[in-house]
Design a protein around this ligand. Sequence first.
Ligand SMILES: [Zn+2]
Length: 439
Amino acid sequence: MHIDRRNFLQGLLVTQLSALPIPNALAQDNAGPAVDRSMEPWAPGCMDIHHISTGRGNATFVMMPDGTSLLIDAGATADTLDVSCAPKPSDERRPGEWVGRYLNRHFKAAGLAGLDYLLVTHLHPDHLGDVTVASPLSARGDYRLTGVTDVAEIVQVGTLIDRAFPSYDFPTKLVGLFAKNYLGFVKSRVDRGERVERFRAGSGDQFRMLKHIAVPRPPQGNTRDAARAEFGIRNLAVNGEVWTGTGQETKSMFPPLSELELRDYPNENLCSTAVRLNYGKFGYFTAGDLTSYSFDGDLPWRNLLTAAAQIAGSVDVATADHHGMFDGLSADSVRALRPQAWVVASWHISHPDQLQLERMFSDRLYPGARDVFATSLMQENYLANRRLARRMRSSDGHVVVRVAPGGDTFQVQVTDNADELDRVKLSLGPYVSGRNAGV
Ligand SMILES: [Zn+2]
């Protein structure tokens, strides 16, 4: 058997890291009641948002109230284990395979099959999958298996949506092996007649419920309750275009590229997609790796995340975008979103940054209790940020938001990423939706 040096070293690192104390155990004081049972399957009328913890990139899986499904990203970073978490549950499979299997078992439990929408927030490896010459070839086309292509190999994908289809040339042409591989995947879908779309900023109907299962009426449903319980996804931003709040109108935050020096061009993160999910009074915000850092005011147009957060307004659950890195949440974006629960999609040693945690926990930016969850925190990060990291509710595991039929309340459950049994490690709530609206 051939074992290359990198795999051997990674094996050693996995062994060493698993011997370290688990941050969850250190954060136990704040964890709340421990639970040990398998997660209840999704039921019609509920909306589930799973922040899947593979330790290697982002993957958020949404089951809408009628069983329509959406996967936002399926990352697979090739970062080494000195700066990144070990793969979860293990390195026996690639991260995209774990994600595909996660989807399939939840589809099966719900009596459903196939993914309706796959949204790639932006074109980076930790959101769509890195690739090496050792990555296996797809049986379906001229591309290799990683991240989203691994998912699509195991799960039928209805519509693929990204920020740049079909030209992939804004603000500059995509480069890199991972990008070439993804473009091969897109081409094979087009060749097979499968749907691929560009994300449309301002749209309120690009993601729709496809009526897989009849949604029960909300409890004591009268006309007013039924109207409130409407589900919808609003596309808030992409490629610097931000929804104005009127119709499908957008405005561009980016100056014309001809006016910019190459070094000031918007980067890939700044082109990320942002969405708001609504279900009755419940609201959720997520924006890929959108950032707010403007080089300390030098280039104010780069403060995209704040603009997207302000047009989203108050929500109940929000992600700390760009993995809670230094350039993610501004104070104003926190003031605008003021969620009851923050989810940090973390896997790298730098996720999250201490000032980002300060803002998420700050009752100066908005009043009231809030809970912070991270999908996978490295021990090194925990030690560096212990002052605030110890206040997190959880720092390792899938973070699953379950919104009750009608959207009036929700729970947050953390399930174990050590295997595929979906054991609930922690269950919090019910939270009352819309608590911070108008605060
Ligand atoms: Zn990222």
